[in-house]
Design a protein around this ligand. Structure first.
Ligand code: MV4
Length: 455
């Protein structure tokens, strides 16, 4: 095991990684920006190094500063958390070339899955069902129209270097496809530095189901079941749960077996997640792979009893997975609500600022992952996640009851948060029945704004 590692992140995930390290007897170094001087991750780590100014580019994304901090403190490994440099294959490579272990997949795993068209091709070859679409990058609008003729409308244009919903366009006929094509390519170039796009048949109101995997350096790979992440807004997930209401033990095994086979085909190492869309007929299709620990990993930890962050560190240190697939048992139901410093009644506008009053939830079945405290100032520079509540019960209904109770205890003021959003969601009859899709928040839940007179 490592004796000391560096955590190249901030907020709740930096604390989460510190907790795993303390239990493993690993000392911790954190890096922080000038805006995070008073953060808990700085206080709870064994050592802390300021690496730059508030903007991420000058601190948490600054590879030379982070590597310097690692060299000065003589750490053996770096955990990137999620976001920032977590899926930067160049960073993973730099770490390895400096003889620092990157706690995550290989640089090649990251690079291959970072190109979404390439991931699609590789996963199809490895036996995963994919959405009907182009077999490669599409270079001209004429080719795009040809592919659309074959797969049928509506279609969706996606950027190869995109992912997570950025840079997608839906087209309903030849005319809109031909006219959107050049715009999609130039947007991809501007946003991701790569104009390449591909085409897929557009599925209407699918569910977003993802499967967690863990692989060690010796080719042993486990799946840890699914998470249903359909409750999201503008590609920002708001609620995640496991198990999914629409995945039974038989489908879980089918998905799990396929995912493990596919991960083996690409020699996948460490924690990863395969994202699928599930259509109304119950067909599922591979969409993309995330090569990092995800925000919503605690729901999987709750239902499997496996500490994913400790496993990540053990795997990076060269340990073999101690479990076989038969040993992974799924028990109970877990749900996570993401508490963001956002005003949900005002189009989820970010609301950074000082937390003057704070009452934290607790009690049976409640896990709270947060970095906030009374007097903490939420900085405007980073994402607005301030806490995650995870409720765990013997079944979904019990987990929902625990979550309602936890939300009622949670008070953060005077800044606005998504707590009232979650309270309304948890009382929605369709949500309670589990009848949701990725369009639920926008179409069903947020009522259309009342039009002004005269409009
Ligand atoms: C799709 C789709 C429908 N059809 N692809 C959004 C995130 C990115 N990973 C891909 N996404 C989608 N791809 C096809 N062929 C609908 C979405 C989508 C979505 C997916 C998952 C979670 C939320 C979503 C919200 C809107 C659209």
């Amino acid at each position: 095991m490592f004796s000391k590692i560096l955590i190249a992140n901030r907020g709740e995930i930096a604390l989460r990684i510190i907790r795993a390290c303390k239990e493993l007897g690993v000392r911790t170094v954190v890096v922080y920006s000038e805006a995070d001087r008073n953060s808990l991750h700085v206080r709870f780590a064994d050592e802390a190094i300021c690496i730059g100014q508030a903007p991420s580019k000058r601190s948490y994304l600054n590879i030379p500063s982070i590597i310097s901090a690692a060299e000065i403190t003589d750490v053996e490994a770096i955990h990137p958390g999620y976001g920032f440099l977590a899926e930067n294959s160049h960073f993973a490579e730099v770490c390895e070339s400096c003889n620092i272990k990157f706690i995550g997949p290989t640089p090649e795993n990251i690079r291959l899955m970072g190109d979404k068209m390439n991931a699609r091709t590789m996963m199809q070859k490895a036996g995963l069902p994919i959405i009907p679409g182009s077999t490669g990058v599409i270079k001209t609008k004429e080719d795009a129209v040809k592919v659309a003729k074959r797969i049928g409308y509506p279609v969706i244009i996606k950027a190869c270097a995109g992912g997570g919903g950025k840079g997608m366009r839906i087209c309903h006929n030849d005319i809109t496809l031909a006219s959107s094509f050049a715009t999609a390519r130039s947007e991809a170039e501007v946003n991701f530095g790569n104009p390449d796009v591909y085409l897929e048949r557009y599925l209407d109101s699918p569910r977003h189901i993802e499967v967690q995997i863990l692989g060690d350096k010796y080719g042993h790979i486990l799946h840890l079941g699914e998470r249903d992440c359909s409750i999201q807004r503008r590609h920002q997930k708001l609620v995640e749960e496991s198990p999914s209401c629409v995945v039974d033990a038989k489908l879980r095994k089918r998905l799990g077996d396929l995912v493990v086979k596919a991960a083996k085909a690409v020699n996948y190492v460490n924690a990863g997640t395969m994202e699928f869309l599930l259509d109304k007929k119950g067909n599922f299709y591979f969409m993309e792979m995330n090569t990092r620990i995800q925000v919503e990993h605690p729901v999987t930890e709750a239902v499997t009893g496996i500490d994913l962050v400790k496993e990540q560190i053990r795997i990076a240190a060269g340990s073999k997975l101690r479990l076989r697939q038969e040993d992974v048992k799924f028990k109970g139901a877990a749900i996570e609500c993401r508490i963001n410093a956002e005003d949900y009644e005002n189009n989820f506008m970010p609301c950074p600022g000082k937390i003057e009053i704070l009452n934290l939830p607790g009690g049976p079945g409640v896990r709270l992952d947060t970095h906030i405290y009374p007097g903490y100032e939420v900085p405007p520079y980073y994402d607005s996640l301030v806490a995650k509540i995870i409720a765990y019960g013997s079944n979904r209904d019990e987990a929902l009851k625990i979550m309602r109770r936890a939300l009622s205890e949670f008070y953060i003021g005077p800044i606005k948060t998504t707590i009232p959003f979650h309270q309304r969601l948890l009382d929605n009859p369709l949500f309670i029945k589990g009848e949701v899709s990725t369009h639920f928040v926008q179409d069903v839940f947020i009522q259309p704004q009342v039009q002004a007179a005269g409009d």
